[in-house]
Ligand binder design. Structure first.
Ligand code: B16
Ligand code: MG
Length: 218
């Protein structure tokens, strides 16, 4: 029986995936890497330094930058990203998410957060959702990022559940892969072609309700 939900943040709870893309697009332009939907989708759920490496590889310029210069590029991206985050309010919560979280709480489901983002606590506080997430996986504690199962296994562990008792919710292909490898049930929100590996699929957060999930799981 399902007893808990492990959530991704960017692209699931809030529209920050657009902000991440915007800030990475600037970096891509700066280093002369071609920007594409494939690259944009591929960056979702991937840690900051790994994302930068993907962009540099896409432009064939990875060896043109020293490690220090790479850290500078990533820091610049994060500064630009945080400027966008600073303007966030609860209006940036994606449709239906607040209602869904309330529904989970009143039905006794446990909740944790499995975001690759070091900015997750800040984003949750901007959204005034911190109280819903007493348990947050610390991305600094991970030896491997998504698509490795580690982050979703830790998300289950934090709420004292077995992976089989958890549903993971994602907008990224790398994240769905991580949930599946952790042996949790996966929900993929967004382009069903990108998220074909998800057990349960929704085009939009507003479609995610306990009843709709149950329908697809039966
Ligand atoms: P930061 P998620 C991920 O968050 C984002 O999807 C990804 O685009 C970002 O690079 C990563 O967090 C790291 O974020 O630079 O803020 O530490 O989707 O796992 O919630
Ligand atoms: Mg995401």
């Amino acid at each position: 029986d399902i007893k808990g939900f492990v959530f991704d943040l960017d692209g699931v709870i809030t529209d920050t995936s657009v902000f991440h893309s915007q800030a990475w697009h600037q970096v891509a332009d700066k280093v002369g890497a071609p920007w594409s939907k494939e690259l944009e989708d591929g960056l979702k759920g991937i840690s900051r330094m790994d994302s930068l490496e993907m962009i540099l590889k896409a432009g064939n310029v990875s060896d043109k930058y020293t490690d220090d210069e790479k850290v500078d590029l990533a820091t610049e991206k994060n500064t630009n990203y945080l400027k966008l985050v600073d303007q966030m309010t609860p209006d940036n919560i994606l449709p239906g998410i607040k209602e869904f979280l309330d529904d989970l709480k009143s039905n006794g489901y446990l909740i944790s957060l499995a975001s690759a983002s070091k900015n997750a606590p800040k984003v949750l506080s901007k959204l005034q959702l911190a109280d819903y997430f007493p348990e947050i996986v610390d991305p600094k504690s991970l030896s491997k990022g998504k698509p490795d199962p580690e982050i979703y296994l830790k998300g289950a562990e934090l709420i004292n559940l077995n992976p089989e008792q958890c549903i993971g919710v994602e907008d990224a292909a790398a994240g769905v892969e991580s949930i599946n490898a952790a042996n949790e049930t996966s929900i993929g929100i967004g382009d069903p072609q990108v998220l074909s590996a998800a057990d349960v699929k929704f085009n939009d957060t507003s479609e995610m309700t306990l009843a709709n999930i149950k329908n697809q799981m039966d």
